[in-house]
Design a binder for this molecule. Structure first.
Ligand code: FEO
Ligand code: CA
Ligand code: CA
Length: 625
């Protein structure tokens, strides 16, 4: 397969190339008897206390709308065009586009040829994803992930093929993280070029390792014999913000950057579990020995972590925290327990993988020393029971048969060992700021009840993942026991099951808070605003055909956790994913990311497509979140 063809696959389809679905499986009988929608609801009602809570969360939308709505906008219809739509009384404008200069020495973006390899390290990267805004001494500073590259867009000079080390350098500089100051003037929000807070972090930026795996033999390489220093961060997807004001960037599909120039390289079971194969997605291994498994076999063990970055200090060294585990990290949602311990909720975005949380040993004190809080703590994996209860299972040496370093490096294997619940691709986790509850977007899982995960764990339908061959996704919610995010016990329900009520009459129609006016598929990005409304972004099938007819382009909706009401706020350009949202300090602007749009977004005919962060405001400049 050519580089450009590989680059156009979604990450999960790319993984499937290495781990294809069987033609026919023993689970097909389960698929054939997928429960009816009536059956789903009946089963939920039989689930007891957790289900009783669920009932309150799934009011049908008609009655929810009849009640007083908390939404200060008129919901918008779907769109299938190549631009953005927001409700009447709101407006949007680009703030930062792929290739925009962060420093005045960066060459101007060329509409036809894009960026230069060296210029890319001084400019906004590709594929904006998770982001957070920081108030640094009154200045507005955005930290944003640049998740991956689209070789067809980013390497127009070669037609999308990766032909040289120079091409690899361009791609390595197009990804990672950007930290940059923005300011609002008469022409709206703009990048503060040459701000002393601006910074690019790429696939080659030095960073240090902490936690149980730091210095372990599996993390040692020829270039780093101590196993304590890594170059770069890979596939930065969702993000998080610590209570002490640092940025957490999450390494997701890191496996795809490695390959072997020697076809005889034998991958370990652990590499197989993590989807590490012989052919990388960007051919890095052909030009950069660090990504060649036959030359640097431990390099992949140094990725798949959460990295902490101080946006207030552009000279600081980013820190990879192995205590938070190694998997395809989607994002990191922080909470503080009543006793001050820090809790970080995390999802592993792969079909049939798990949800996790970390609880610090030490307690957070505003203004106190925070350097140990993501270094020493306990990692847990989630087990959901069908009765509406669940527990966080500690990944200890006793429970897993692995030592602390092995648990940190091969976290998936540890979670399988304790019987964690296989999930439908956990994407973003969000913690409600006005209620003690967490939410996780389970985006979809075509393999549910079809195929085991890569560790051999069967994936039958289960409580929070109730539909075989789940193409629509759902959002699971949990309530920690004792209103304590550090507690091991919780109850749970489904906030919403996405679906298509105009096509299906069974569980695939979705829950009762889904209707023909608000339907969507594949919830992914998710963030609460300060008032406790849940902003939901989608990354799904935008064909608007067949089972997805009536859903249109990827979009952003707003959900009321109390009534269950969900309404559409924004639609993105066709072909794009809407991902990443953060607010200005005065909450009068929401910054939202448009990832991998098709041309001509946003610059018009004749220009390469550009992933873009846009500012959304109300025309009357009122608070919007
Ligand atoms: Fe990068 Fe799972 O989204
Ligand atoms: Ca995502
Ligand atoms: Ca996704």
């Amino acid at each position: 397969m050519k580089d450009i063809e590989r680059a156009h696959l979604s990450w999960d389809d790319w993984d499937e190339l290495h781990d294809p679905r069987p033609e026919d499986t023993e689970f097909d009988a389960v698929v054939a008897s997928a429960m009816s929608r009536r059956g789903f609801l009946g089963r939920v009602l039989a689930m007891g206390s957790g289900a009783a809570v669920m009932g309150t969360g799934l009011l049908n939308s008609t009655s929810a709308q009849a009640a007083t709505t908390r939404f200060a906008f008129t919901p918008i219809p779907i769109a299938t065009d190549f631009t953005i739509h927001v409700p009447e009384g709101y407006n949007w404008a680009p703030v930062a586009k792929w290739g925009d200069a962060l420093f005045s020495d960066a060459p101007d973006f060329d509409a036809v040829t894009g960026v230069t390899p060296q210029g890319q390290a001084r400019a906004i990267g590709e594929n904006t994803d998770g982001m957070e805004l920081f108030n640094v001494g009154g200045r507005q500073v955005i930290a944003v992930n640049h998740e991956y590259a689209n070789t067809g867009t980013n390497l127009p000079r070669t037609g999308g093929e990766v032909t040289s080390l120079e091409d690899v350098t361009l791609l390595q500089n197009a990804q990672g993280v950007a930290v940059f100051e923005v300011a609002e003037g008469p022409d709206g929000w703009q990048i503060v070029v040459d701000s002393d807070l601006n910074r690019r972090i790429t696939h080659t930026t030095p960073m240090t390792l902490t936690g149980p795996a730091a210095g372990h033999d599996l993390l040692k390489t020829g270039a780093d014999p101590e196993g304590l220093t890594v170059l770069g961060t890979l596939n930065n997807c969702g993000a998080g913000k610590t209570p002490w004001g640092t940025y957490l960037t999450c390494e997701e599909n890191f496996n795809g950057y490695f390959g072997s120039t020697d076809a005889r390289f034998e991958r370990s079971d652990a590499f197989a579990r993590y989807g590490i194969g012989l052919e990388g997605r960007y051919a890095y291994e052909k030009f950069d020995a660090r990504f060649d498994l036959s030359q640097t076999p431990n390099e992949p063990n140094r990725f798949g972590y959460i990295v902490e970055i101080d946006p207030a200090d552009p000279t600081s060294t980013p820190v990879k925290h192995t205590a938070l585990g190694r998997f395809k990290h989607e994002n990191a949602a922080c909470a503080v327990a009543p006793d001050g311990r820090v809790v970080v909720y995390m999802g592993d975005d792969e079909r049939g993988e798990f949800m996790y949380k970390y609880v610090s040993d030490g307690v957070y004190t505003p203004g106190g020393d925070t350097s140990d809080l993501l270094v020493n703590g306990q990692l847990y994996a989630a087990r959901f029971n069908d009765d509406g209860r669940g527990e966080w299972i500690a990944l200890t040496p006793e429970a897993t048969g692995m030592d602390a370093a092995e648990i940190a490096i091969h976290t998936r294997i540890a979670a399988s060992a304790v019987g964690a619940t296989t999930m439908d691709r956990p994407e973003w986790v969000a913690v409600n700021p006005v209620a003690v509850e967490g939410y996780c977007a389970l985006t979809n899982n075509k393999n549910r009840a079809v195929k085991a995960n890569a560790g051999g764990d069967d994936t039958p339908v289960n409580g929070p993942n109730p539909r075989a061959e789940n193409t629509y996704g759902q959002i699971v919610r949990w309530y920690p026991e004792g209103d304590n995010h550090a507690a091991v016990d919780f109850t749970w329900d489904l906030y919403v099951m996405a679906g298509n009520p105009s096509v299906h009459g069974d569980a695939y129609a979705g829950s009762d808070n889904v209707n023909v006016g608000n339907m969507f598929n594949s919830p992914d990005g998710m963030m609460f605003d300060s008032s406790g409304l849940l902003w939901i972004q989608t990354d799904g099938d935008d064909s608007n055909e067949d089972g997805f007819a009536g859903m249109g382009n990827n979009q952003m909706l707003v959900g009321d956790p109390v009534t269950g009401q969900i309404e559409r706020f924004m639609t993105g350009p066709n072909g794009s994913e809407v991902t990443g949202i953060t607010w200005s300090s005065d909450r009068r602007t929401a910054f939202v990311g448009i990832q991998h749009p098709k041309a001509p977004f946003p610059d018009g005919e004749g220009s390469l497509a550009r992933s873009t962060i846009v500012a959304i405001k109300r025309d009357d400049n009122a608070v919007i979140g």
